[in-house]
Design a protein around this ligand. Structure first.
Ligand code: F6R
Ligand code: ZN
Length: 191
């Protein structure tokens, strides 16, 4: 489908690095426990969380800057603190549909892990704190887990054409989970 030019003029907006609130008018997406049926490993704890109020796990603001020749996008995610069972709140995670579309992630607030999985035998976990910047090559599925007690805020910069494949992550899953053991966050093989 041909790309519709929207604006060839510069655009600015403000991001509050502490709260993750933005002044832009892009779409806002919220994901609750009930939106993440196949993400958390402890299905019973997930059902209890859903019945107990269906908590908001994270929200993100998507902003596309479509010009006559380009399609930059920026998304600001606010991932809240908490756990489902002993597994820390995390994003659903996805793979980009196009295998030539990487992404830059920038952690601006909070702490946790960026989980990266090729869904084909390779797994990495990058420890995150404010200021950590990670380049995600196109073939790596990506998911973020918040292991802190505050909101975790990060920026993702990518091309709108990248596309998002959630189904493959749901089918294959990430190799490891981020869980609490004796009061500490640790990575374990997926049960
Ligand atoms: C875009 C990207 C992020 C995520 C956002 C929510 O390619 O990686 O903007 O879309 O952090 O995570 P998901 O999409 O996994 O629900
Ligand atoms: Zn992505």
């Amino acid at each position: 489908m041909p790309k519709q030019p929207e604006s060839d003029y510069p655009v600015s907006f403000d991001l509050n690095f502490v709260t993750g609130q933005v002044t832009c008018s892009g779409e806002k997406i919220q994901r609750r426990a009930s939106d993440m049926q196949s993400a958390f490993y402890d299905r019973q704890a997930l059902q209890e969380a859903i019945l107990g109020g269906d908590p908001l796990i994270y929200e993100f603001y998507n902003n596309k800057f479509i010009t006559s020749t380009s399609d930059m996008s920026i998304a600001i995610t606010r991932l809240f603190p908490g756990k489902i069972g002993d597994e820390y709140y995390m994003t659903k995670g996805h793979l980009h549909e196009r295998n030539d579309q990487p992404e830059m992630y920038i952690c601006v607030q909070g702490s946790g892990y960026l989980l990266l999985d090729t869904l084909d035998g390779e797994f990495r976990a990058e420890a995150w704190q404010p200021g950590t910047i990670t380049h995600i090559p196109a073939i790596w599925a990506h998911r973020v887990a918040n292991t802190g007690s505050d909101v975790l805020v990060y920026i993702g910069i990518f091309h709108a054409a990248a596309g998002h494949n959630y189904a493959l992550v749901e089918e294959k899953g990430f190799a490891q989970v981020v869980v609490e053991r004796e009061g500490k966050a640790c990575l374990l093989p997926h049960p």
